[in-house]
Design a binder for this molecule. Structure first.
Ligand code: UDX
Length: 450
């Protein structure tokens, strides 16, 4: 099929590259001309596992191309996927102005009828608004537009795997032809009729994909309800962790046993610095606002947000208790990205933590394998180590802020020898407390016995 993708951020790039890998002819566009220039020069502007291979290969095989000419891009496809950003406004609502601009672009530039698919995360009833906007902006052409919602469930870092081997594909439609077209788009993925373009580890043959057809409103709700539920699980684990600290108990033992119940499941119960990134925090906020606008107080989610916001403060308290005075101390910080395997620092708890430490007068030296370049632009005043060891050298305390697996297998003897004081504060419960004690460290984490 011929597909246009508008927006080349995390979602748009992964969507475009994966749909091309599935055999479709894809053209992607973005209003950021620098980004399109980079992509055309073979550079991938984001850090996403396997994406570079996928883009290079599909561009070479002429199934994927990038253009700054948005009009040409939307005319090229029979289906247009909208993958633009919907960042939070001051009041927590999702900013839908980019979707509105894209509706105008499509309605005024196309010459034939199109199926317009929302992939961006949007509040329920956006599909209805989009359809109306397309009709208003395109009233002179008299073209009929079909609208569908097809939410993404891509985790940053494993977006390619999630797209090609999804647990579910949600197709929100209100007419048969839109359903038929989207089923055709996803047919190769549902039937696994494509050469796995990347490492075999991302092509687990056993994973079953469920394709669910719903109304447009339900599809939009599914996305917000899913992400808010994930956030709820994390905040719940964090609240249990705080109780473990107060009453004596080990949050890892508690959540591991909880997760063995299939009704609960083992995922998203890791206690620590809390959730960040460009999806969970904004989606929870937008869902709360959405409920508010129709007269419902989603107090449960307000609490989820509140618990998450307190995580940094609780951690700083731990650091203060251990160091007594933070001002003037050298603190090494391992991890800046909001989670491992990404360079994304948007709404990243480690960045908030560093800001807080700086505000209290600490000297910070940080290390992150992927996110230092981005962090330099927002935190030019801190030091950056060339590796974790440089961040730890001469530090009065070493903080683990992102759960990069490499931090669990460091040469701790070397670190012990190089620190001013062998004190480690683990904001992600990555290390084993008994091991750290055995190595001679004073070690603090969340919800586990000291
Ligand atoms: C999320 C959803 O998972 C994905 O389905 C959706 O489409 C986009 O939003 P992502 O933003 O990539 O994906 O992040 P995710 O993997 O969900 O992690 C979010 C945050 O929660 C990270 O900061 C992570 O460190 C934190 N987290 C995760 C915990 O604190 N504890 C956990 O147990 C799991």
């Amino acid at each position: 099929m011929r597909i246009s993708v508008i927006g080349c951020g995390y979602v748009g790039l992964v969507t475009g590259a994966c749909l091309a890998a599935a055999g479709h002819e894809v053209v992607c566009t973005d209003k950021d001309t620098v980004k399109i220039g980079q992509l055309n020069a073979g550079q991938i502007p984001i850090y996403e596992l396997h994406l570079d291979q996928l883009v290079t290969r599909n561009c070479l095989e002429k199934r994927l191309r990038f253009t700054t000419n948005a009009g040409e891009a939307v005319r090229a496809g029979d289906i247009v996927f909208i993958c633009v950003g919907t960042p939070p406004l001051e009041n927590g609502d999702a900013d839908l102005s980019a979707i509105d601009s894209v509706a105008r672009l499509i309605a005024t530039e196309v010459r034939t009828p199109k199926l317009v698919v929302e992939k961006s995360t949007v509040p329920v009833q956006t599909g209805l608004q989009l359809r109306q906007a397309l009709a208003v902006y395109g009233r002179k052409s008299g073209l009929a537009f079909h609208v569908a919602s097809n939410p993404e469930f891509l985790r940053e870092g494993t977006g390619v795997e999630d797209f090609l081997h999804p647990d579910r594909i949600v197709i929100g439609v209100d007419d048969e032809s839109a359903e038929k077209s989207l089923r055709e788009v996803y047919q190769p993925i549902l039937q696994r009729q494509f050469d796995c373009p990347v490492h075999p580890s991302v092509c687990p043959p056993q994973r079953q994909t469920e394709c669910m057809v719903t109304s447009i409103n339900s599809a939009e709700l599914i996305k917000h309800a899913s992400n808010s539920f994930l956030a709820l699980k994390i905040s719940y684990a964090n609240a249990v962790s705080d109780l473990c600290e107060l009453l004596g108990g080990n949050v890892e033992e508690v959540t591991r046993a909880m997760g063995l119940d299939p009704r609960i499941g083992p995922h998203f119960l890791r206690a620590g610095l809390g959730f960040g990134g460009f999806c969970l925090p904004k989606d929870v906020q937008a869902f709360i606002r959405l409920a508010e606008r129709v007269g419902m107080d989603f107090a449960l989610l307000r609490e989820v947000e509140g618990i998450n916001k307190q995580r940094i403060q609780r951690f700083v308290e731990k650091i203060r208790r251990a160091l007594w005075v933070i001002k003037g101390k050298n603190i090494g910080v391992l991890g800046l990205a909001f989670k491992p395997f990404t360079d994304d620092i948007r709404f990243s708890p480690p960045i908030d933590l560093v800001r807080q430490l700086l505000a209290e007068g600490a000297h910070v030296t940080a290390y992150d394998r992927a996110a230092m370049e981005r962090t330099r632009t927002v935190l030019p005043e801190i030091g950056y180590g060339k590796d974790p060891y440089e961040a730890a050298a001469n530090a009065d305390a070493l903080v683990i802020a992102t759960e990069w697996p490499e931090f669990s297998v460091l040469d701790w003897e070397r670190i012990h020898g190089s620190m001013a004081r062998p004190l480690v504060l683990d904001g992600r419960n990555l290390l084993n407390p008994a091991f750290m004690a055995q190595m001679g460290f004073e070690y603090h984490s969340f919800g586990r016995a000291q």
